[in-house]
Design a binder for this molecule. Structure first.
Ligand SMILES: [Zn+2]
Length: 207
């Protein structure tokens, strides 16, 4: 079954049908955003096929989608070859409805490359309220200081905070706050709408 549209696919190994695959290819582009002066890149607006794929991976435990999502991350990585790049995934939350740590899974698929190194150094310093239903301001307050470092940072190299969906950017800012400002940026699969919009009210809106 196709993980994006639910149609019957021709083979069991085909996890995304041809039509959804081509739509996903067409809708992808490397886009740049800024939140409080922090730069991040993302590949999609959080809707349509990509949203279904993320939801199926995260909430329905379709782990066979991890390599596909890792492929998107790869396309979003900077092309620069000099210096080390550390991918820093946002840790899953205790109160998340996600059934497994899909971000670590995606990052794990990338760990084979020699250029990018996985650095799972972030941890929640306290429990945070679920972000769904909170205003933008409340989300920022909710997450300020909520992430901490769980170990030492390498002395050189660039850090890329990795998350699936960015909406208000509160999680990204909380992560960036504990990493070197001049060497930290963000990478997200998709950009969701602000909480006032439709996306924020849904169960799968993460921030
Ligand atoms: Zn499909």
């Amino acid at each position: 079954m196709c993980s994006a549209c639910g149609c019957e696919t021709s083979g069991a190994e085909e996890i995304i049908c041809r039509s959804c695959r081509s739509s996903l290819e067409q809708n992808f582009s490397v886009k740049t955003g800024f939140i409080s002066g922090r730069k991040f890149v993302y590949g999609y607006d959080y809707c349509g096929e990509i949203r279904q794929v993320i939801v199926n991976c995260k909430f329905n435990c379709r782990k066979e989608l991890l390599p596909f999502l890792a492929g998107i991350v790869e396309k979003l990585m900077p092309n620069r070859m000099d210096g080390k790049v550390y991918l820093v995934p946002v840790p899953s939350r205790d109160n998340s409805e996600a059934r497994f740590d899909h971000l670590a899974g995606i990052a794990g698929c990338l760990a084979g490359g020699n250029r990018t190194q996985l650095l799972p150094v972030l941890n929640w310093s306290r429990s945070v309220r679920r972000q769904v239903g909170l205003s933008r301001r409340d989300r920022l307050v909710n997450l300020t200081g909520a992430l901490c470092l769980d170990g030492p940072l390498p002395a050189s190299g660039d850090f890329i905070v990795f998350d699936d969906v960015i909406t208000t950017g509160a999680t990204f800012l909380a992560a960036a706050a504990v990493l070197p400002p001049d060497r930290t940026s963000g990478l997200m699969l998709a950009h969701g709408e602000d909480p006032a919009g439709v996306e924020g009210a849904s169960r799968d809106a993460k921030e």
